[in-house]
Design a protein around this ligand. Structure first.
Ligand code: J2J
Length: 581
């Protein structure tokens, strides 16, 4: 498993300009362990770790993974919630040369199976849910690999699994998991503590493992910064997720430029509420950027109340949220956001009206982040004027980023007029771990990534995201971007959240259906079809963009990281409502 290679002249340029260095991602994340060993690195729901402890536990974990049979170059899928354990496991895998394949917790079993098969993963780290669902998933994954990848599971190396028993599991059955685990499976907490792998200890020396400072054995570092560090999943909400291979040197650059643009330093307290198994909270700047600059990571769940409580309890200075979660913060009664300096909003479009409200209500800097796990990150800068922060999704983070806008025929168009964004650069991949035909569709022959995002260059030099190539509603040939309708609806005082999707139509092909979540205190009568059409017409939306139907809902369905799930909404509209039994 390896990343697509970069042409030699670009590789030289990236190295010469200092974008690519020899550093490994885990070393960058732990560089403060020797400088400030007593400062807090991670504050989790169950415990706090100093930098010194984090470095020690990383070594212990790496030795335990090696003792359990994992080898440098193996891949292991990690689907764990935001806990201290997921960070220790991630750094431990990296230290052992094992490539973590990061899977957000809400990603389903079918997708997980697909990802394990696509990466030929040798194991999984999962939550041990009550009723043993994950243990069953583990045995099924093993069976999948046996049939789909004959020979992948050598007899001497059983498929590896480790299960994290969460607080909820403990509350449910008193003392955590009690049943025996299948062959090759471990209790993750015990494993991270270096317990339970003695049976292999004698083999370590034969297999060339080095003794670490802790007295345990970790593999000698035979890999380099050009090698794979982590795999991420694409944010695309249709079809199975695509696997994104990121190298040490590209991700280190990703993390460092993000940390600089978010103003992180040793004083920072970063709230990871979005899954740390997603690019945004992992490395933009996320957990890794915070550690790399000596700050403290606070781990939390992604609900408005939990976020508000964590911000107040730990005096959080920077938080990264999706727009829906960011908007719902203002409604948390009695919340204290006085410590918050920067609120990063990204993952889906933060509409201008919502951005202005956020800036007013929270009294901190808002930073729009338009990023993608494939690479390119755009940030509004902390010193951009409020008007620019509200109206744009930022500009590329690295001086090495190249971009262009193209029309439907793939030819370049003026960026002021808008077109599909194509990018390449020192941290943007040149291929998925996927079949050649998938890559031929997603990348040009000369290595540009077709983002699928439609952007327009704002006079400030920042991008405005105006839609996705596929998120257009085609009403009898007249096309309107869903984002165009949503931006205008978001300015309606009775609308808290909304999404526009195509509804099948016999004659026109498609018409516009809008899903609306009414604002607090507004009833369904405030968001009738008649009223919404009036509002949209007055805002200047052309007639073919006006919705033909509206569905009032309590919340929009979300993808694994909390973006509006357009595919689910489109399915809802396409399928006739099922009869209640
Ligand atoms: C509009 N659309 C956006 C934004 C992402 C930081 C932030 C987000 C992601 C992410 C990420 C958007 N406005 N501000 O990885 O590091 C949509 C675009 C984009 C796709 C990528 C990060 N921010 N999007 O969301 O890989 O359509 O990454 O191409 O999950 O989300 O999704 P994903």
């Amino acid at each position: 498993m390896r990343a697509e290679t970069v042409p030699a002249h670009l590789e030289r340029a990236y190295v010469d300009r200092g974008y690519w260095r020899a550093d490994l991602l885990d070393d960058v994340a732990l560089r403060y362990a020797s400088r400030t060993p007593d400062r807090p690195a991670l504050i989790g729901p169950s415990r706090t770790l100093t930098y010194g402890r984090l470095a020690a536990e990383t070594n212990t974990a790496a030795a335990a993974f090696a003792a359990a049979g994992l080898r440098p170059g193996d891949a292991v899928a990690v689907r764990l919630p935001n806990t201290v354990e997921v960070v220790v496991a991630l750094l431990g895998l990296l230290r052992a040369g094992v490539v973590p394949v990061l899977v957000p917790p809400a990603v389903g079993e079918d997708e997980l199976r697909h990802v394990v098969a696509a990466t030929k993963a040798r194991g999984v780290l999962l939550v041990d849910q009550l009723n043993g669902r994950s243990v069953r998933a583990f045995t099924e994954l093993r069976a999948t690999l046996r049939t789909e990848h004959t020979g992948q599971l050598g007899e001497d190396r059983p498929f590896f699994g480790a299960f994290l028993t969460t607080a909820t599991d403990r509350a449910g059955n008193g003392s955590g998991r009690t049943g025996a685990l299948p062959e090759g499976a471990y209790d993750l907490s015990e494993l991270l503590a270096g317990e339970g792998t003695q049976e292999r200890a004698g083999k370590d020396a034969e297999e060339g493992l080095e003794e670490a400072a802790s007295g345990r054995r970790v593999p000698p570092r035979t890999w380099r910064s050009a090698d794979l560090a982590v795999c991420l999943l694409s944010g695309g909400s249709t079809g199975p997720p695509k696997v994104i291979p990121r190298t040490h040197r590209d991700y280190v650059h990703n993390v460092e430029i993000s940390a600089r643009l978010a103003g992180l330093g040793p004083h920072s307290r970063y709230l990871a509420a979005l899954p740390v198994t997603h690019n945004f909270a992992l490395g933009c700047p996320g957990v890794l950027g915070t550690l790399a600059t000596g700050g403290t990571v606070v781990l939390s769940e992604a609900t408005p109340n939990k976020v508000a409580a964590a911000v107040a309890a730990h005096r959080v200075t920077v938080a990264a949220l999706v727009p829906g979660l960011a908007k719902s913060l203002a409604a948390v009664a009695g919340a204290d956001f006085s410590s918050l300096e920067v609120l990063q909003a990204g993952g889906a479009k933060l509409h201008e009206a919502d951005a202005r409200r956020l800036i007013d209500q929270l009294g901190c800097r808002v930073q729009q982040v338009f990023g993608m796990a494939e690479g390119l990150l755009n940030f509004t800068r902390l010193d951009d004027p409020d008007d620019v922060v509200a109206a744009t999704q930022g500009r590329p983070a690295s001086p090495g980023d190249e971009w262009r806008t193209v029309g439907p025929d793939g030819r370049p168009v003026p960026a002021e007029e808008g077109g599909e964004l194509q990018v390449r650069g020192p941290y943007t991949i040149r291929g998925y771990l996927a079949k050649p035909e998938v890559n031929a569709a997603a990348f040009t022959e000369d290595g540009w990534f077709r983002t699928g995002d439609i952007v327009r260059l704002h006079e400030s030099g920042n991008f405005v995201v105006t839609g996705r190539r596929k998120d257009f509603i085609n009403r009898g040939g007249e096309k309107v971007a869903a984002a165009e309708i949503e931006g205008r609806l978001a300015a309606h005082p009775a609308v808290s959240d909304c999404a526009a999707v195509p509804a099948p139509h016999d004659f026109l092909g498609e018409t516009v259906c809008v899903f609306v979540v009414p604002a607090a205190g507004a009833g369904p009568e405030a968001v009738t079809l008649h009223e919404l059409r009036r509002h949209l017409r007055e805002s200047g939306l052309p007639p073919y963009g006006l919705p033909e139907s509206v569905r009032v809902v309590e919340a929009l369905p979300q993808t694994a990281v909390g973006k509006p799930d357009r595919a689910a909404l489109t399915r809802l509209v396409a399928e006739p409502p099922s009869d209640p039994q």
